[in-house]
Design a protein around this ligand. Sequence first.
Ligand SMILES: [Fe+2]
Length: 502
Amino acid sequence: MRVETIRTYESRLPAADPHPYRTGAWTPNLVEVDAWELDVLEGEIPRDLNGVYLRNTENPLFDAISGRYHPFDGDGMLHAITFEDGKARYRNRFVRTAGLAAELAAGEPLWAGILEPPALSKRDGWGARTKMKDASSTDVIVHGGLALSTFYQCGDGYLLDPLTLAPRGKAKLEHPTFAKGATISAHPKVDPATGELLFFNYSCEAPYCHVGVADAKGALARAIPVPLPGPRLPHDMAFTARYAILGDFPLFWDPARIQEGVYRAKYHPEMTSRFGLVPRDGQGPLRWFEAAPTYVLHFSNAYEEGDEVVLEGYFQGAPVQARTPEDTPITVFMKSLDMNAMETRRHRWRFDLRTGATREEALDDACSEFPTIHAGYAGRKHRYVYAALGEPGMFLFNGFVRTDVETGTKSTYRLPKGVFASEAPFCPRDGGASEDDGYLVTFTIDVAGDASECQIFDARALERGPIARVRLPMRISSGTHATWAPLGELGAAEGRTLGAEP
Ligand SMILES: [Fe+2]
């Protein structure tokens, strides 16, 4: 392996940092590197796996402004591994956001994080809540040949070359009706049938939510208002050939506290959930369908079937966790990030377009989340879902489960104790014909061994463990979302709509 250090950053975090999401598997990386000819520790990199696996990370350089750091506040850092002809190279880079640049110039944190009151922010900023740093650390996808990095609290979409991770400016998606600093949320989607980018945003300004549609080159085609009863906290969206789908869940900032400048999410189990079917062409009415109260972080897919729109995702049995007499603010905080405590279960909602009725069914008793499918099946009926298994007590993944949704058959793989993984997208094999003909790719973090690997699994034989293990040049931090793009799809960046440099 050859490694070149590109840049080293200074951490301004406390020296003996006690924070569970800035230590251990979540220790931030301070060095940006390029590495080639990565060593294969076991197995072989398949020659028919040619593409790039990209993973975003919350990687803080500064402490929270009042010391109350939340793991979703950290600065975005992308980690990328590219496979070509059985060889691998790796890179990592911060997403060069305007917020990170300002804090590096100032030498101090400038914005209050999600657990802190916005009044503490020293500058105007971004976010649905307003006065946040747009950390661009939640999600990454590839659209129109470029990587698009986004933040769950809304901000700008940052574009990067998916292979070199060189910054390519901001996605030009602003619209006069969008709230300032809240252009795009995490979890934009690409429709493989049209190449369009579907995205949403949310804010504290009526109508509180929009769906945006950009063409295959990234130019905004339309902005569709999604009027809500008040500020809501949608995290993900889904789509079918005709509809964008958004949730209105009864977990939202307490409106009375917002007046006091406090943004505290409150769950209302007495209310229903609602799902909005938004016509993608901007024509025709938006239709709402009611469902059982819950909160959904992630959807696996949606599709149309006869007169029904079918949506699959992860129902939370406990969007807010019960408190025990032993609980402290720290234990409550830790539970709020644990998918096991949230009781996330695979679930299906069917919306009848004729009657307006919803039918819903629980599909699995076991906990999993962070689903991926073959990206070519997004928006149409899929058969296989791959999801992550959660380490009890922490936001960490300790395994994967594959589900055949037609038969309900599942297979699982658990990592060795103390080793954690990243979201593992399905990567189709070059020339693969069927939906599950491909691989899963993930980054692992071995805390005790102080090492990271990239592991490749046969998607049809997940339970057998990795078919190839590739050593990374350093232990990398755990992170949130990841994506896969075949090399053959990366030539589309020419003629792409680009926004301003940050
Ligand atoms: Fe997410």
